[in-house]
Design a protein around this ligand. Structure first.
Ligand code: GDP
Ligand code: MG
Length: 645
């Protein structure tokens, strides 16, 4: 059986606290100030044992206008509400506001406790009941029991208990995301224990000894002990009023609104995408960018509402919005929130978070709206696809997909398998469950082909584009970017769209084709190098000589080097292959004859100046003809034969 929490709601002085006391024996007005002023300020907690044996957690909320913020924090975790209306006063402002808040928070079940019946006549009571029925029409409490009671005489209490039991049985166990989350509603120090936090366990479970993270603080701690209904327990589950004793935490570090979670499962965020509904009773339009108070879970932060589709929203209107928070909160897609205006402080609306980790949106592009629609109303795979689309080339991983879709881990695995099979997503890393949107991945492949196409168009004489250059052009970073890039290249190769050689990438169909006139030019170059023999012109000299055809010349040189006709010795020096070959022969013969060669001897052999000698000798070292010992060169082949180590 699911653990349930019932909350009170209703106008100040209507008898909420007296009712809780009558039902549970607990006086929830604990504070000195509460006792003196006779009103509830803070949330009160108790547990209610129903006649059938079931135990409900109870949260008593303040009714006073000034403490609605506390009321919202208390109402955030409840499954059913006891709306308390005093028979002598009837429906009052916070009766309405609290009912609205409960509606916005997605509470679906409850009943009305019509209190203080001892103060009114029967005819009056009938009138009030009629008024209440009217008031509830169209709300989630429409048709729910309205039970007259008196906390003074106890009249109607058995009837109330029976009705609470019935309503509690009708609460459907909603599937939650399964992550352990405890939004903190109180923090205090207990002698001999240290810091204790309490809250209604929103989802998942927690056991003594576990490591937890305090969000959005990012600090970790360990669960020293757990209490549920004043009993020490080993484990607390969703729906239970839970007190957790934290190891090594200062009371001052924790505030109401923080959330306890397993490390690495929640992500604090300053932007939240949502569907926002402006209450029909709101006195003003909601203007985009206006400053508001955002309540979600037990937290309250200042934020701005950025409307996506329009500049303002009329009372009763609904629209997509991005909330920009002054302080980050850790929430999950599907979480409800309430918005209260900055001044005067009244509840103006609320809604549902559809993505807790969005980027800033560019002004209402159709893509943005489409994503919102899919996140709001799409099936599970569609929501995952929308989040992946939003994650772009960076992809997304398991924990962030869970938080951004509100889908349980187990189901997420199945959904992703289906998406891989249908080619809607690509798996990048099984361990991390790192996933990329298939359309994004396809887009990357198209971009690779486009870049290559353009490159070949611009540099027809170049064989291809270097791997690194291409990766930079596509804006892909190291690490995961590199991995995605590699995957895309391999796939394009398999499709026979590209050829990826060690360093250069080119389109399958690309061939270096010399345009008319180029063959001519190439012939001339070839001749220049042959004739220059061991003293070729530098690349710069060549370019100067053909200054009118500079770009073609540069490309030609590269083509000739790549094809091996020219051999590149240094930045500036190229030799014709044949010239170099015959030098190699002569050099080898000399070495065989003389055993070694100094630069001076090499100079004699070639008749060249130092400018050429050093690079050439180094070239022969590098190409393994020779090896260097001090200033001399010896033949490598000879060394091997002589058994030198
Ligand atoms: P809350 O602000 O809604 O929590 O209201 P309280 O429970 O603090 O009650 C406000 C006042 O009404 C207190 O003085 C209570 O003693 C009184 N009260 C509460 N319930 C009843 C009732 O059923 N009959 C009468 N006569 N007085 C009540
Ligand atoms: Mg009270």
């Amino acid at each position: 059986m699911k653990h349930l929490v019932m909350g009170t709601a209703g106008h100040v002085d209507h008898g909420k606290t007296a009712l809780v006391k009558w039902l549970t024996g607990v006086d929830t007005d604990r504070l000195k100030e509460e006792k003196e002023r006779g009103i509830t300020i803070e949330l009160g907690f108790a547990s209610l044992k129903l006649p059938g044996g079931r135990i409900l957690g109870m949260v008593d909320v303040p009714g006073h206008e000034r403490f609605v913020r506390n009321m919202v924090a208390g109402a955030a975790g409840i499954d059913l509400v006891a709306l308390v209306i005093a028979a002598d006063e009837g429906i009052m402002p916070q009766t309405r506001e609290h009912l609205q808040i409960c509606t916005l928070l997605g509470i679906r079940k409850g009943l009305v406790a019509l209190t203080k019946t001892d103060l009114v006549e029967k005819e009056w009571l009938d009138l009030i009941r009629e008024e209440i029925r009217e008031f509830l029409r169209g709300t989630f409490l429409d048709g729910s029991p309205v039970v007259p009671v008196s906390a003074l005489t106890g009249a109607g209490m058995p009837d109330l208990l029976a009705n609470i039991e019935r309503v509690a049985e009708g609460v459907e166990a909603e599937s939650d995301v399964g992550l352990f989350r405890l939004p903190v509603d109180r923090v205090f120090t207990m002698k001999g224990f240290g810091t204790v936090v309490t809250g209604t366990l929103m989802s998942g479970a927690v056991a003594a000894g576990e490591e937890i993270e305090i969000c959005p603080l990012g600090v970790r701690s360990r669960v020293r002990g757990i209490q549920v209904h004043n009993q020490a327990v080993e484990k607390a589950e969703a729906g239970q009023r839970t007190a957790i004793n934290l190891q090594g935490m200062e009371r001052e570090m924790i505030e109401r609104g923080y959330v306890l979670a397993r490390p690495g499962t929640l992500f604090p965020s300053s932007r939240l995408d949502c569907v926002y509904r402006h209450l029909s009773g709101a006195s003003r339009k909601l203007k985009s960018r206006c400053l508001i108070r955002l309540h979600t879970g037990t937290g309250e932060v200042m934020a701005r509402v950025i409307l996506i589709e329009r500049e303002e929203l009329d009372p009763g209107g609904e629209g997509y919005a991005q909330l920009v928070l002054e302080t980050p909160l850790a929430v999950v897609a599907g979480d409800r929130f309430v918005i209260r205006s900055y001044s005067p402080v009244t509840t103006v609306g609320g809604g549902v978070i559809v993505d807790p980790l969005p980027a800033k949106h560019k002004r209402s592009s159709t893509g943005v709206l489409d994503e919102f629609r899919r996140l709001e109303g799409g099936g599970e795979a569609e929501r995952v696809a929308a989040v992946l689309a939003r994650s772009g080339m960076g992809g997304s991983n398991g924990p962030s997909l869970i938080v951004r879709t509100g889908i349980r881990e187990k189901e997420l695995g199945k959904i992703l398998e289906g998406m891989f099979a249908r080619k809607e997503a690509v798996l990048l890393d099984r361990e991390e469950l790192k996933v990329l949107s298939r359309p994004v991945y396809d887009g990357l492949q198209e971009a690779i082909l486009r870049e290559l196409q353009e490159y070949h168009g611009r540099f027809p004489l170049k064989e291809g584009l270097s791997r690194e250059e291409l990766r930079t052009m596509l804006g892909l970073g190291d690490g995961m970017g590199q991995k995605i890039f590699g995957m895309a290249l391999r796939e394009l190769e398999k499709k026979e769209a590209i050829l990826a050689e060690k360093e250069s990438i080119r389109l399958r169909g690309h061939q270096v084709r010399l345009k008319a006139g180029m063959e001519d030019l190439r012939g001339r170059l070839s001749q220049i190098y042959r004739e220059a023999g061991l003293a070729p012109p530098t690349a710069r000299e060549i370019l100067e000589r053909f200054s009118d055809r500079n770009r073609e010349m540069a490309s030609l040189l590269q083509v000739m080097i790549r094809e091996g006709e020219l051999v590149r010795i240094s930045e500036e020096l190229n030799f014709h292959r044949d010239v170099l070959e015959s030098l190699r022969d002569d050099y080898r013969k000399l070495l065989l004859r003389e055993g070694e060669a100094t630069p001076a001897r090499f100079k004699e052999l070639t008749g060249l100046s130092r400018k050429f000698i050093i690079p050439l000798m180094e070239y022969f070292d590098a190409t393994k003809l020779t090896m260097r010992t001090g200033d001399r060169r010896i033949l490598r082949e000879r060394q091997g034969k002589d058994g030198l180590r």
